[in-house]
Design a protein around this ligand. Sequence first.
Ligand code: SF4
Length: 252
Amino acid sequence: MIVEDAVQLAAVASASGTSTATPRTLWIAETFADTIQGEGPSAGTPALFIRLSGCNLECRPWCDTPYTWDRERFDLTAERTRRSVSDLAAWAAVRPESLVVLTGGEPLMQQLALIPLVRALVDIGKRVEIETNGTYLPKPKLTSLGVHFNVSLKLANAGMPALRTIHLDALAAYVDAPHRAFKFVICDLSDLDEVDAMVARYGLTEVWVMPEGTTPRAIVDGMRALVPAVVQRGYRISPRLHVLMWGDERGR
Ligand code: SF4
C-alpha cells in the first residue's frame, strides 16, 4: 500500500468510525451544473462538475481554485463538505448532462473513494472525465472503468521544481492509459520550449496548450499568439470557454 492510500484510509476510518471498508465518502469543494466542459478535447460539451477538495501542489502564480487547498488564504473547513458516493450519484442521475467532470484540487488524492464514485456514475450511464495534475499513480481499477484523464502537467511557470511536479511512475501510467490527453498552461511563448522537451523526453501525444488568464481578453489574445507555434509543433489549442463566457466567476 502506498503512503497516500494509508493516510487516506486512516483519515476516512477516523471520520467514519470504521477501519477497513472501502471509503464511500469524499471531501467536496463544490458541485455545479448548467455549464459546459470549458477545456480540452470535450470543450463545449454540457457537463456536471464535482470538485474535490485538497491538492498536493501549490501553483501559486495562477491556480484558479485555491479555495480547494490554500490554508493561508481560505478556511478549508468552511470550504469543504463530506459527501457520500450515493449522494453524488443521485444528484448526477436526475441531471440531463451525460458528461461528469471530476476535478479539484487533485481528485486522485482521494482515489480510494474516487473509484466507487466513478463506478456509480458509469453505472447510471454517465461518461466521466478526471482532471488531474498527473502526480498520482492511477490504479488499474480506475483506468479500467473507461474514464478519460485530462492530465495537466505543470511547467516551471507553476512556481515549483520539477522534482515536485513530475512523478515518473504516474506519468508513465498516463502515457499508457487508453483514454487521456495532456494539457499545459502557457504564460509566455517561451514556455513551449519546456513543453517540447517534455513531449520528447516522455513520449507524450494528444498535447493541448492553453493560455493562462482569467479574462476573455487575455484568453483570446493568448490563443491568437499560440496559433503559429501549434501549427509548427502539431499541438492543439484548448480554449477556456468558461473564462470566455463568465470570466473568473466561481461555480462555472
Ligand atoms: S494542481 Fe491544479 S488545483 Fe492544484 S494548485 Fe495546481 S492548478 Fe491548483
